[in-house]
Design a protein around this ligand. Structure first.
Ligand code: FCB
Length: 446
């Protein structure tokens, strides 16, 4: 083993069977661009509005121009040897108003993308909602309104009817916790900033997921896999006295979704909040929400530490990414084990994992050794969970490309492929090359 790669795992060290899928992930708004309605037929989304209203922030109008560069982007995926590609469909590109008339150009785009992927032996893994709600629906109350859940199921049917024959993996929502953050806080779209909406938004998201599961089940071939993607951030107590606070926070902010989906009930810690919120939980809702899922998508980025007063504390002297997120692969393993023990998980896919880190250019090479090490350490962490019984079946690096990191713009780069902001040229970084070689080793064992 050379000194340089000494701390990177070899495929033989990782407990992944031959069926395990290695891929990379993106989301529509972060990469597509081409948002203009008159040219592309796409309706306005809450992210267009949010960023337009804040001109000091970077815009998603061009993003990385993936909409127009899709074919060469898929060729790049092929060159890296990706086995699967996780992407999202932009609801307003398919249904500009969120319901009613279909934008044929938009649906055709995803149709071509899926065909291109399949032509290149890349398995499509589709997410229906990665945060870009049609603005028309937001104007009707957005996720604070129960109607949005019904509209979502109708949208799911439109996409499933067109792509269902070719896409084997379907996720309803990406990270409900962060969607909620857009209503209780102001730093993500729609940026409402009203904490009292929390339980309404949570329940409507959960219902949207449940309704969509039913719709998908009716429209998709029997062997299609359906699930949801949750971001999990374990909360560790700063001191033993903060233990209950930490547990409650985990339950309230993260496990609340797992409880609803996998146990069919909201946890006790949100009971008061539910009754104060005025949310309607109709008879039968919880059964819909806890409909069978074939897989759970897990997005992993960080752990948090809280003190006795429920304040997040930055532990000093620990490695962090440019997002300020603590790098701690060990917490990944233990979180997977803990949720597996608590919820007896269905098969798991790591649908996102990655880091925003400084890239350095050395002699034309984009040297992101830190990111490469991050992937190595986190793949080992997943492998440790597999060894201890968690059925993890795939891993998607976040992200395939440098892209729009929402309100934080283009500076926080997560890509394994660098994108030049002026020329839009794509250049695989060191991490991509290493990942490609790992996947090549994996394929050799097939
Ligand atoms: C996740 C999001 C993804 C990206 C990463 C860094 O929460 O799903 O779109 O922003 O964080």
């Amino acid at each position: 083993m050379s000194r340089e790669t000494g701390n990177l795992p070899d495929i033989s060290e990782l407990a992944f069977g031959p069926e395990f899928l290695f891929g990379a992930a993106t989301s529509a708004y972060q990469i597509e661009g081409c948002v203009d309605q008159s040219t592309y037929g796409r309706g306005c989304s809450i992210w267009d509005t949010y960023l337009k209203d804040r001109p000091h922030l970077d815009s998603g109008e061009v993003a990385i121009d993936h909409y127009r560069r899709m074919e060469s982007d898929v060729a790049l995926m092929k060159a890296l040897g990706l086995q699967s590609y996780r992407f999202s469909v932009a609801w307003p590109r398919v249904l500009p108003k969120g319901f009613g008339a279909i934008n044929t150009k938009g649906l055709d785009f995803y149709d071509r993308l899926v065909d291109k992927l399949l032509e290149n032996d890349i398995i499509p893994n589709l997410t229906l909602y990665h945060w870009d709600l049609p603005q028309v629906l937001e104007d009707k109350g957005g996720w604070a309104s129960r109607d949005t859940a019904y509209y979502f199921a109708d949208y799911a049917a439109v996409v499933a009817n067109r792509l269902g024959d070719r896409v084997p993996f379907w996720a309803t929502l990406n990270e409900p916790e962060v969607i909620v953050a857009g209503y209780i806080g102001k730093s993500l779209a729609p940026g409402v900033g009203d904490y009292s909406l929390r339980m309404k938004v949570i329940h409507h998201l959960m219902l949207a997921h449940g309704f969509a599961l039913q719709t998908l089940r009716d429209s998709l071939p029997k062997d299609a896999q359906q699930g949801i993607v949750a971001n999990l951030v374990p909360i560790d107590p700063l001191t033993p006295k903060a233990e209950t606070v930490a547990q409650n926070r985990w339950m309230r902010d993260y496990a609340v979704y797992l409880e609803a989906i996998l146990k069919g009930a909201y946890p006790e810690v949100v009971e008061k909040e539910i009754s104060k919120s005025g949310v309607e939980i109709a008879p039968g809702d919880m059964a819909i929400i806890s409909g069978h899922i074939d897989f759970l998508g897990v997005n992993w980025y960080l752990r948090m530490v809280v003190n006795e007063r429920d304040r997040v504390v930055d532990v000093p002297d620990v490695p962090r990414t440019l997002m300020g997120w603590e790098i701690r692969a060990e917490a990944f393993t233990r979180t997977l084990l803990a949720i597996h023990e608590e919820y007896r998980l269905p098969p798991v896919y790591i649908t996102e994992n990655g880091a925003a880190l400084q890239d350095t250019i050395v002699g034309g090479e984009i040297e992101d050794k830190g990111r490469r090490k991050y992937f190595g350490d986190h793949l080992r962490a997943v492998s440790d969970a597999v060894k201890q019984g968690v059925d993890v079946r795939g891993y998607y690096a976040w992200s395939l490309f440098d892209n729009l990191e929402w309100s934080l713009g283009y500076q926080k780069t997560f890509g394994i492929v660098h994108v030049d902001r002026k020329t839009m040229e794509r250049t695989p970084k060191l991490s991509a090359k290493w990942y490609a070689s790992l996947i090549a080793q994996h394929r050799e064992r097939l």
